[in-house]
Design a protein around this ligand. Sequence first.
Ligand SMILES: [Zn+2]
Length: 256
Amino acid sequence: MAPLKLQAAMDRAERDLSKHGIDLDHYIRSFKSSSWRHELEQEECWTVELFIRELKGILTQHNGREAKEAKRRILRTVFDHRNVYAEHLDQERVHRALRGLLRLMPGYLLGDPRLSRILWRTTAHGGGASADTVGNSITISRGRWLTAELVHEFGHHIDARNHSLSMRIRGWTRDRVKAAGGSKSLERRRYGLCAVAGFYDTYVGRCYNRSSCRGFFETIPMGLEPLFNTRRMFFIIKRDPEHFLLTWALCRGLFR
Ligand SMILES: [Zn+2]
């Protein structure tokens, strides 16, 4: 059972979705049918795509002047030479991916000025992307990377710059882990918590600091990814609707 405040936020998220005619139970039932499984194996998972589009339609925030300005500042970093220490950075593509995410982000998460000073780097190594919230940078592969990966890394910065909110969300992850067998199982298997803790992906339970909930950094990034990835959307709704509701509450400002 989630702590009361988080539970209240999730209840609000559920009401918010139903107000917009989105019935998660309906989608979960649909996901269970074999036709869905078949569809996921196809190139185009159009039903989930439509679902994601519907969600994005609701999430697109009508922001005030301040939020718009914050988004503009953050987007500018991609083209600002002071913020780009990167060869072969496809700036247009990064800009597009970031714009897609920021459109869905409420202003209250974007107030920290460090978000508009993120350094962009590239690496010749593969492996998508990584975030360094201490050095305030995002490193992406010079080659192939997915929008969902960039969204994930920016999610780390949102997590790091909204401390009290993110601590509550990390607490949710820690409580799940504890309920699933506590720190002992955590020490044994840094990633192996998916099945026992009910996360939609093993990566959600990754812990960087075993001694406290400060170590669970992946919940916000892994919650945002599904908005840009059909398979992940399928899995989060099916396996861990609570995590989806938390993300929804975050994007809709339903924690307060
Ligand atoms: Zn991560």
